[in-house]
Design a protein around this ligand. Structure first.
Ligand code: GLV
Ligand code: MN
Ligand code: MN
Length: 417
């Protein structure tokens, strides 16, 4: 059995062509595929259609994650591959979709080579990985593994006040049944997620594909700065209780403290009330994303930042509340799986990442691994995100080899692959 050369992954082009228009925002050049919105539903329909074209059985689990099964009835636990199709606001084309598209293309490649799995293989499209609409990243995999309470999930709201429960219901997904699903997890033996690299390590070592080692601990915090709405043209400076000042000070403090700790801290989203040009705000809600090499550093950074913000709030006559919306501990991907994949892929380089992934959430329950495809600029969460087509093809090849190695039993493909 021979795998066609990396240049020959014909289905990859067609898969991209059909997915690229969905959720594309012409003015920004990016994608707006948010959990359960119209674009996301179009992507989910695309997933179903691609699976059907290949004769794969599609099942949607209790939490809205989609699974396309190849050989569902084969004995043994499944090898799951895949990623997600939702995006950050004006995100790039690759973050998530590259893993799903490459999974279908890898199945095509393996079939073309006449290879058959000896245990089930499932392609996953995890729901709401980015948390762009309801605030909690990896909501689908967190619910599946029991790391997100169903009641809390149902009550999450988007910026228009629509709850996750209502959004799921409108999409025909029953929100009453969400929650930990041990039956499904028990059927999956390993998960391997292919993803565009978010950073620029592979460029430096001249390789198209790498294997992940770990994910930095990271979390999201909602800072609410309260003040008093008043007239911008008539309120004396000394009479103001302006929460925007406290917010601005906190942004700068976050940057300073992150640098001091060798960590990262980003305020990338705010809501201002009443949001009028000629009104002092009554409230600023701001979301902090922070990540650090270890949990102690992350905890220390947050404590220091909250203390600084509180001190400043006192001087501004503002109030402050800080709520942790999600926290993901450090993830060490399964060492044996990582080493096996690196060896299979011609001693692929191994690298850590600061980005969160469903593979990181599943890692607490099953052995997981990730393959990264070179990103020449490192840019991600932006319309400028890019991977060269030759590297995408190399990624499909690598994933096909990984599937053959892990789900093949004696039917592994030989070195000629
Ligand atoms: C997911 O992309 C993250 O925010 O790390
Ligand atoms: Mn992302
Ligand atoms: Mn992603």
């Amino acid at each position: 059995m021979e795998l066609p050369s990396p240049e020959q992954t014909p289905s990859l082009d067609e898969l991209w062509r059909s997915l690229l228009p969905l959720g594309f925002h012409r003015a920004s050049g990016g994608y707006r595929r948010f959990a359960w919105n119209k674009a996301d539903l179009a992507c989910r329909a695309w997933f179903t259609a691609q699976a059907a074209d290949r004769g794969l059985t599609v099942r949607t689990d209790r939490n809205g994650n989609q699974w396309a099964w190849w050989g569902e009835r084969l004995p043994g636990k499944a090898l799951a591959i895949g990623s997600h199709l939702d995006s950050v606001p004006d995100g790039g084309a690759y973050d998530g979709p590259l893993g799903v598209v490459s999974s279908f293309a890898a199945v095509d490649l393996l079939r073309e080579a006449g290879w058959k799995p000896e245990r089930p293989v499932a392609i996953a499209n995890f729901a709401d990985e980015e948390g762009a609409r309801f605030g909690v990243a990896c909501a689908g995999s967190r619910l599946l593994t029991g790391q997100l309470e169903p009641d809390r999930a149902r009550a999450l709201t988007d910026d228009s006040g629509v709850t996750l429960a209502a959004a799921m219901e409108a999409a025909g997904q029953d929100p009453d049944v969400i929650g930990r699903d041990d039956e499904l997890l028990g059927r999956i033996g390993q998960y391997v997620e292919l993803h565009i690299e978010q950073g620029r390590a592979l460029v430096d070592v001249g390789r198209a594909v790498g294997v992940a080692t770990s994910i930095w601990p990271h979390g999201r915090w909602r800072f609410e700065f309260g003040g008093e709405a008043n007239h911008a043209g008539t309120t004396r400076l000394e009479d103001r209780r302006d929460p925007m000042l406290t917010y601005a000070y906190t942004v700068l403090a976050a940057r300073k403290k992150a640098a001091a700790h060798g960590a990262l801290a980003t305020f990338g989203r705010i809501l201002v009330e009443p949001n009028g040009t000629n009104a002092i705000p009554s409230k600023v809600s701001a979301w902090l994303d922070s990540r650090a090499p270890d949990e102690a550093t992350l905890t220390a950074l947050l404590a220091e930042l909250e203390e600084a913000a509180r001190e400043r709030a006192g001087r501004d006559g503002a109030s402050l509340s800080v709520v942790n919306e999600s926290l993901t501990p450090i993830v060490e991907f399964d060492h044996a799986l990582r080493d096996r994949l690196a060896k299979t892929l011609d001693e692929a380089p191994v690298l850590p990442t600061g980005a969160g992934h469903d593979a990181g959430i599943l890692a607490g329950r099953i052995p997981t691994a990730m393959l990264f495809v070179r990103n020449p600029t490192g840019v991600s969460h932006s319309p400028a995100e890019h991977a060269e087509i030759a590297d995408c093809r190399a990624g499909v090849h690598a994933l096909a080899r990984a599937v053959s190695e892990l789900a093949g039993g004696s039917a592994r493909l030989g070195a000629a692959w």
